[in-house]
Design a protein around this ligand. Structure first.
Ligand SMILES: C[S@@+](CC[C@H](N)C(=O)[O-])C[C@H]1O[C@@H](n2cnc3c(N)ncnc32)[C@H](O)[C@@H]1O
Length: 222
């Protein structure tokens, strides 16, 4: 199966994920939900496992969370997080369908995942939160970063759709590609704000928008 596939996973694809691994169990749940493209499964999984290698616990705040799979995976991978919020102005119908199947598969998630139809600006982030955001388009990623920094919260973003006119390239686009310049400036801005920055990528065969930026306040243990 192509991991970048935009075709929906449905019960017909269950046979692709036969093993006892956690990933296959998650994939089978996504197939049963029948609402998500394959790419979203692989993307959320690769982000969640990298973030959890560094950041444990904390209330999960998935900003511009869309279908919300990432929020669910963050709790599946670390039960120390008490709850997760998926915040999105236009929660897609897939969010409820997916949440129902995930809770059915992991009953311990019952009542711990909250789908919030709101702009990220309206959601209060606290210092103990772990803010995550996958593919918040263009300057929305900048606003996600700002929200985490204002609260002093840990952060993990996978940016996309870089806006060369509106986001800060730091004048670096003469040396490096504009989208990379924007992400470099984002990392530098986090460091200027007292954050320790870690840079990762997820496999490029899933998405070309694969730079993962993790950051936590320097005074805080990761
Ligand atoms: C490209 S989608 C990414 C969704 C999801 N994170 C994913 O990985 O599939 C961007 C999402 O941002 C949401 N969005 C746009 N502006 C927003 C805002 N100001 N506050 C919250 N969500 C917003 C959209 O409704 C959309 O679901």
């Amino acid at each position: 199966m192509r991991r970048s596939s935009k075709s929906r996973l449905t019960p017909k694809q269950l046979s692709h994920f036969p093993s006892d691994t956690l990933f296959d169990k998650i994939a089978r749940a996504v197939c049963r939900a029948g609402v998500l493209p394959a790419k979203e499964l692989f993307e959320a999984w690769e982000v969640a496992r990298r973030v959890r290698r560094k950041y444990r616990g904390g209330r999960i705040v998935d900003l511009a969370g869309g279908h919300g799979l990432l929020a669910h995976l963050m709790l599946v991978l670390d039960d120390r997080s008490p709850e997760a919020f998926v915040v999105d102005t236009a929660l897609p119908p897939s969010a409820r369908a997916l949440a129902a199947v995930m809770v059915d598969t992991w009953p311990r998630l019952q009542g711990r995942i909250h789908l919030v139809a709101a702009a990220i600006e309206a959601f209060e982030v606290t210092p103990d939160d772990l803010v995550v955001s996958v593919h918040a388009c263009g300057t929305l990623t900048d606003r996600v970063i700002d929200k985490a920094v204002q609260a002093g919260a840990r952060l993990a973003v996978l940016p996309c759709c870089h806006d060369l006119k509106l986001s800060d390239t730091g004048g670096l686009e003469g040396w490096i590609a504009g989208p990379l310049a924007i992400d470099v400036v984002r990392a530098a801005r986090l460091a200027d704000n007292g954050y320790t920055v870690m840079t990762r990528t997820i496999p490029a065969d899933i998405t070309p928008h694969n730079r993962l930026l993790l950051a936590h306040p320097r005074k805080m243990m990761p």
